[in-house]
Design a protein around this ligand. Structure first.
Ligand SMILES: Nc1ncnc2[nH]cnc12
Length: 592
């Protein structure tokens, strides 16, 4: 990490030979190293802490003294596993969570790399360096749904170059973890490279048994946030993984997994917490890293341990503890003044030595990013007229006697194969007698391929919807009426990405997501929140039975979760690793 303050200057301030810029006086320092509360002052010079103690020698004429009487002085919180694209974007999420005290976030680069490639992504990293706080990255080794040309797009040499950047702390989760289990040479080599240059590899081992976990840990993976029971969390801890307890909008599991601590006697020094990319309404209600500490303490975790789990523990895991995670000389001055240890909402947030927020209000400016310059790999080149063809949205089915493998939603994101006998009409499945079934297709933006399926238990009364908000960022079109689906698809094409819902011929909701098809191009978090709330309520009115629509859309097209998925190569049975219906080149279907 680059520091503005020189070490020699910090030494002078520590000795009282040079005046501090800021001096926080009269508060109680939360010492996450020694696990103590200490009545001490903190002197700050430029972007760093220079001194922690009771001597006031560094207060000079121009030193700004902050009275922290009655307050706790905490290290800034760290979100070590962020996904900065849940309709919000890197800037709008920072706007929201910096005043809540998250001064460091470690961000997945999935959709940035997927849409702009490694070199453009490098430019984005540089542009986002001007964000207040520490906005750092983990880089993907592959996407979340294999596609033609994936390994060239995620090429090893470029990824290694990214890993060498100061702003990149390691490799990101590999959701398709069987690749690691099978010792994929390209992935192992890159993870090894990361280790050699002192960086980490985040993991993702959902549903992985203890026995299989051994093989994953042997690959060099450092952490996992996918435990959904205290037992699974303990397995991970015991095998030497940094164990990240998740409380996300999709999986609000903390009450269960925290029993690892509250009903056990484990050492918490390798336990971390994450919100794992929650939707905007969750952040609005629960906060971010602050919400994790608040809830952990409510659930019975000792307060100092809970704070360590979002400060020094993630900093140590990320190999950033020389810079962030604690209040000590030579560390970055990322500091919160907390009025209490119940709400954990800071009265003052200092990031890099600057007061950036007070009483929940951001006081600093945010960069204006020209998102357009990054819209790069995938504009829609498929002619819009093609999207109007109704047969595009029908599942091929020639024999009424053969059952069709339907994607049945068991929960928000978990699906199962449900073979269903359906009549065939003009070579397609006839859904007219089955109210609970919808057509679903995934169309490559350039018309290279189309994958088709039928889904059940999504939103029974949905005429048509199209969305680039899914893990491929291609065009996902769902509905019961081909004409409405066509209209929704055409509109998303026109706006260059986003989510559109159509009733009959009428557009009832339009959410433009021009930045990669996942994010708004606005700095407003409130706009993202409003879009999310509208989407959920419009779909719930049409029968969507679950609590988190964005994750349903996101993961319908991934290739790692059970059971059937719609992915670039077709309708895919994840467990069997089998394609039940291959995707077809769209051009051969429609351009002739
Ligand atoms: N694997 C994932 N991909 C995209 N967004 C996510 N948010 C949480 N997990 C995610």
């Amino acid at each position: 990490m680059e520091l503005k303050a020189r070490r020699s200057e910090l030494i002078e301030v520590a000795k009282g030979e040079r005046p501090a810029d800021l001096y926080i006086k009269g508060g109680t320092v939360i010492n996450v190293y020694s696990q103590e509360f200490l009545e001490q002052n903190v002197a700050i010079y430029k972007d760093c802490i220079a001194y922690v103690g009771n001597i006031e020698a560094s207060i000079g004429e121009n030193t700004k003294v902050i009275d922290a009487k009655g307050m706790y002085i905490s290290p800034g919180f760290i979100e070590s596993h962020a996904h900065p694209w849940v309709i919000y974007n890197p800037v709008s999420i920072t706007r929201k969570v910096l005043p809540f005290g998250t001064t460091t976030s470690i961000n997945d680069n999935l959709f940035f790399h997927l849409n702009m490639g490694a070199n453009r992504f490098k430019e984005l990293i540089m542009d986002l360096k001007s964000l207040p706080g520490n906005f750092l990255w983990l880089v993907r080794l592959v996407s979340q749904a294999d596609f033609p040309g994936e390994r060239e797009w995620y090429n090893q040499k470029e990824i290694q170059e990214l890993l060498n950047l100061d702003e990149v702390v390691g490799t990101a989760e590999v959701t398709r973890w069987p690749l690691i289990y099978k010792a994929d040479p390209q992935l192992l080599e890159t993870m090894d490279y990361a280790k050699k240059i002192g960086k980490i590899s985040d993991g993702h081992t959902s549903g992985c048994s203890y026995e299989r976990l051994n093989a994953i840990v042997a690959s060099g993976v450092n952490a996992c946030h996918e435990a959904i029971t205290a037992k699974e969390a303990l397995d991970r801890l015991r095998l030497g993984l940094w164990t990240t307890l998740r409380n996300s909008s999709l999986r609000p599991d903390l009450p269960e997994i925290v029993k690892l601590i509250t009903e056990g006697s484990v050492n918490t020094s390798r336990i971390i917490m994450t919100t794992d990319g929650p939707h905007p309404a969750f952040i609005e209600k629960e906060g971010y890293a602050d919400g994790l500490v608040r809830q952990a303490v409510e659930l019975g975790v000792p307060v100092l341990n809970a704070i360590q789990m979002v400060t020094i523990n993630p900093a140590t895991y990320l190999r950033l503890d020389d810079y962030v995670g604690g209040i000590a000389p030579g560390r970055k001055a990322d500091i919160l003044l907390l009025p209490d240890l119940v709400q954990f909402r800071p009265e003052l947030v200092i990031a890099g030595g600057e007061v950036v927020a007070e009483n929940g209000k951001l006081l600093t400016s945010l960069p204006e990013i020209n998102w357009k310059k990054y819209i790069h790999r995938k504009p829609f080149t498929i002619p819009k007229s093609v999207l109007k063809k109704p047969e595009l949205y029908q599942y091929p089915h020639t024999s009424s006697n053969n059952p069709v493998p339907v994607i049945h939603f068991r929960s928000n994101v978990i699906t199962q194969r449900k073979d269903t006998v359906l009549p065939s009409k003009n070579g397609f499945a006839d859904l007219s007698g089955h109210d609970s079934l919808l057509q679903a297709v995934l169309i490559e933006r350039n018309g290279e391929w189309i994958a088709k399926g039928i889904i059940e238990r999504f939103a029974t009364n949905l005429d048509g919807m199209a969305s680039t908000y899914n893990t491929t960022t291609e065009l996902l079109v769902i509905g019961r009426r081909s004409e409405s689906m066509a209209k929704a698809a055409s509109r998303v094409h026109e706006i260059g990405g986003g989510i559109v819902i159509v009733d009959g011929e009428e557009i009832v909701l339009e959410i433009p997501l021009p930045f990669t098809g996942m994010m708004t191009a606005s700095n407003s978090f409130d706009e993202a929140l409003e879009f999310h709330n509208q989407l959920l309520s419009v779909l719930q009115e049409r029968g969507f039975p679950f609590h988190d629509i964005l994750y349903t859309l996101l993961f319908l097209t991934c290739d790692n979760l059970p059971g059937l998925r719609l992915v670039p190569y077709g309708l895919y049975d994840v467990k069997e690793d089998e394609f039940l219906q291959s995707s077809t080149p769209l051009k051969s279907l429609t351009f002739s």
